[in-house]
Design a protein around this ligand. Structure first.
Ligand code: PAF
Length: 282
């Protein structure tokens, strides 16, 4: 396994990896890897001959005052995990390689980027779309894998790839969870013991609301109940919302739905989401 930090070596190494037309997968990450990322790597190995993992804490997707400076960085441990998982190449540029002096381009994906986390974190998805487009141009993968935990990010990337005619299969991989249901996240490390115990209310509230909606309770009542559970557990709620799973707009009869939530416990902002069965038509 090779770790590469500059573009010239990346291009040369990618050309070598492709060799005889081998299929290449990219798993974009910001490092601080956990079993959720390793599930992406496993899924990548099933879909491609060669697996590239990028590690880059992307400053462009953090707003002023967010956790860019304290975002966990664990380079050596990450490299060991990826070597054990049989990854072929780690692409680990620094900010000066990704955003050299004079960098002036930003990609905005309208619609799917705008509500939910897009409203709570203005500019966040522009930063994600821009860096992911750069990673796609640099690595030129056949397939790229993203966790469903960042469900809106996945929708933004699907739209980006469709709109810019990028010939890349985008694969969403189900959220990996702790035994008690908490979604794995690099940010869980910020939680103290009390916050960690309270954090499990997030998946529980989503589960209860999902069952209520699927059994015919009104959506508004189910969402209000989920918010109340979160507040009672000590969360400040950004949103709890039921949306169309593809457009992230209003649910459409007969189409898959998704229940998404974002809430803060102490200084930590957690997100989670679950599938909700489509409402029957007519
Ligand atoms: O999900 C992440 O870790 C990041 O948003 C991504 C996709 C690597 C872009 O920086």
């Amino acid at each position: 396994m090779q770790t590469v930090r500059d573009l010239a070596t990346l291009r040369q190494t990618i050309a070598g990896l492709r060799g005889n037309g081998e299929r290449l997968a990219l798993v974009p990450t910001m490092g601080a890897l956990h079993d959720g990322h390793m599930a992406l790597v496993e899924a990548a190995r099933r879909r491609a001959d060669r697996v590239v993992v990028s590690i880059f804490v992307n400053p462009m997707q953090f707003a002023a005052g967010e956790d860019l400076d304290r975002y966990p960085r664990r380079e050596q441990a990450d490299v060991r995990m990826l070597a054990d998982a049989g990854v072929d190449l780690i692409w680990m540029p620094d900010a000066a390689v990704m955003y050299p002096d004079g960098f002036a381009t930003s990609i905005r994906v309208a619609g799917v980027s705008e509500g939910l986390d897009g409203a709570a974190r203005p500019g966040h998805f522009d930063g994600v779309a821009t860096v992911v487009a750069k990673l796609f141009h640099q690595v030129r993968p056949d397939v790229a894998l993203f966790g469903e935990k960042d469900f809106q990010q996945l929708a933004v990337i699907r739209r980006l790839v469709a709109d810019l005619d990028m010939d890349i299969d985008i694969v969403g991989v189900p959220t990996q969870r702790e035994d008690d249901g908490l979604a794995l996240s690099s940010r869980n490390i910020y939680l103290d013991e009390g916050e960690r115990q309270a954090a499990v209310t997030l998946p529980r509230a989503l589960g209860i609301a999902t069952r209520a909606i699927e059994s015919g309770q009104t959506v508004d009542a189910a969402l209000a109940q989920a918010s109340e559970m979160l507040v009672a557990a000590g969360f400040a709620v950004d949103y709890v919302a039921l949306v169309d799973a593809e457009t992230l707009g209003r649910p459409r009869p007969g189409h898959d739905r998704r229940l998404l939530a974002a809430a803060r416990i102490g200084a930590t902002r957690l997100i989670d989401n679950v599938a909700v069965r489509a409402e029957q038509q007519g």
